[in-house]
Design a protein around this ligand. Structure first.
Ligand SMILES: [Zn+2]
Ligand SMILES: [Zn+2]
Length: 234
């Protein structure tokens, strides 16, 4: 019976590549990645700013892209268009396996490109979802990704270090100015971050308004520094 159910589940949710979301050939299932992604994992190139595509020497955002934000630095593991399908499947179909695969690779990216984060951060704090949204979805995808990164890198994780106070209009429906206003006072620090170097983690970096507002809340609570790590940047 169990075998039959496993077989039915494979038909409904065939194993897919953790990065591009392609259905996997049987021989690739153990790896969790398709051949193309395995041969060249599409990490963000070290010398390219994930936001503007311009030159950078930090492996993260260039100076101009950082200027509007409260956080000290920001980086992203993958260009969004390369992992769009996997993130979508993970978010909306609750594919936990994807989270682990993506999380493991994100840890690999940190080890390759950002050793300064692995040794210079006290705690990882994920950007919270609104509780209603999390209940509807059943999980916060960023927390699941963080768990995988924490397991791989031994970076301490404070899953509920930030809470979201009120429901907001989806940021995608608003202008940049409205986005800022929409998020004012929304994030509440729920951990002792005084004097701590925080790695704020989000799944996808888009306008940066959310990460910027979270960083401001963390600084107000006494954080020594706030750096941002996103799984993907658009
Ligand atoms: Zn793939
Ligand atoms: Zn830039």
């Amino acid at each position: 019976m169990r075998r039959l159910m496993g077989w039915a589940a494979d038909l409904l949710f065939p194993p897919r590549c953790a990065l591009c979301g392609e259905v996997l050939a049987v021989k690739d299932c153990a790896e969790g990645l398709c051949k193309a992604c395995r041969e060249e994992i599409p990490f963000f190139p070290e010398d390219k700013c994930p936001r503007c595509g311009g030159k950078t020497d930090t492996g993260g955002f260039c100076e101009a892209c950082l200027r509007p934000f409260a956080f000290e630095s920001a980086c992203a593991a993958f260009p969004y268009e390369r992992v769009r399908t996997a993130i979508h499947l993970f978010k909306y179909r609750g594919g936990k396996g994807f989270g682990e695969g993506l999380g493991r690779l994100a840890a690999e990216y940190l080890r390759q490109t950002h050793t300064e984060l692995l040794s210079g951060v006290d705690v990882m704090i994920p950007v919270p979802l609104h509780p209603k949204k999390e209940r509807r979805r059943g999980f916060n995808q960023t927390i699941l990704l963080c768990r995988a990164v924490s397991a791989e890198t031994a970076l301490p994780l404070c899953e509920r270090g930030l809470l979201r106070r009120k429901d907001t209009t989806p940021q995608s429906l608003l202008s940049p100015a409205e986005r800022k206003e929409n998020l004012r006072g929304v994030f509440v620090v729920n951990a002792d971050v005084a004097g701590k170097r925080v790695l704020l983690v989000d799944d996808i970096f888009t306008s940066g308004a959310t990460c910027g507002e979270c960083a401001r809340a963390l600084y107000r609570a006494g954080a020594e520094s706030v750096r941002v790590f996103c799984f993907a940047a658009a």
